[in-house]
Design a protein around this ligand. Structure first.
Ligand code: ZN
Length: 277
């Protein structure tokens, strides 16, 4: 299998080297250890020190200050090569969840056009359930489970959960995994704070169930005819900022716990370095 290189790079000059290196290392573990268990992906993630230098063959994940209202994280070059942009959260590494999300989706579907047929879904009484017929779902592996409560930790860095191919199975099976952490319990389940998009077979337009506010029922959205370079570019232009409206800042206790964990690692690393002098 051809291997893909992903390069994490800061364009804002606001993220320190240790954080960049720690997040790149965590993402590298995720794409080498966790992702290949379920998806045929061969990739590595490294940290690029200079955003003005992108080596050949590397797909960059750029850290940026903001994104225009009609842009999402996924991008393509003039030659249709994928790259991603992630908004930094000043003074913290919470952006790592978005970086993980974009990296995973880019590796599973580099073109952003992959559709997978599966049972249709609908909202009945505020709940998402299987409907009649079949939809062609856009394979966006992190969207149904993208909300913060479903992240998991790799070496003190929170990364995104992702669905497995079983997500598209017709029926649930006793031992099947539907997302890496197991938070998704059955095929086509969208967790609170997540979303899912598909081609409506009756109109050939795109639709979506968006569950921005976990305290409110999910919402069905008609997104219309596709315009632009790829299905994911289209979907993200309509969803990216909306899906983040209800995001909460991380709780201070959780942030402090993670900071303490990383400090412990840093302290251990200092002690360890002395063994090699
Ligand atoms: Zn996504």
């Amino acid at each position: 299998m051809l291997a893909t290189k992903v390069g994490l790079v800061d364009t804002t000059g606001t993220v320190d080297m240790q954080t960049m290196a720690a997040v790149a290392a965590a993402l590298n573990i995720q794409v080498t250890r966790d992702l290949p268990k379920y998806w045929p992906v061969s990739a590595s993630v490294s940290y690029l020190t200079d955003h003005k230098t992108i080596p050949q063959g590397v797909w960059p994940v750029q850290l940026v200050k903001t994104l225009p209202p009609d842009e999402g994280g996924f991008h393509m070059t003039r030659h249709n090569q994928p790259y991603a942009k992630v908004i930094v959260t000043p003074g913290s590494d919470e952006w790592a969840v978005d970086a993980s999300h974009e990296t995973i989706e880019m590796l599973i579907d580099p073109n952003g056009n992959r559709l997978q047929t599966s049972n249709a879904i609908e909202i009945v009484g505020g709940k998402i359930q299987d409907g009649t017929g079949r939809f062609e779902y856009l394979v966006e592996a992190c969207d149904p489970c993208e909300a913060d409560p479903y992240t998991y930790m790799i070496d003190g860095i929170a990364v995104s959960d992702f669905i497995t191919p079983h997500f598209y199975d017709p029926d649930a099976a006793p031992d099947a995994r539907y997302s890496f952490t197991g938070a998704v319990k059955r095929p086509r389940q969208v967790l609170p704070g997540g979303y899912i998009s598909w081609v409506d077979p009756t109109t050939n337009e795109m639709q979506q169930i968006l569950w921005v506010d976990p305290d409110q029922p999910p919402v069905l959205r008609n997104l219309g005819s596709v315009t632009g370079g790829s299905l994911r570019l289209f979907i993200e232009s309509k969803t990216y900022h909306k899906s983040r409206e209800n995001r909460e800042q991380m709780k201070p206790e959780a942030r402090a716990k993670r900071a303490a964990y990383r400090q412990a690692l840093a302290a251990a690393a200092e002690v360890r370095a002395r063994h090699y002098s």
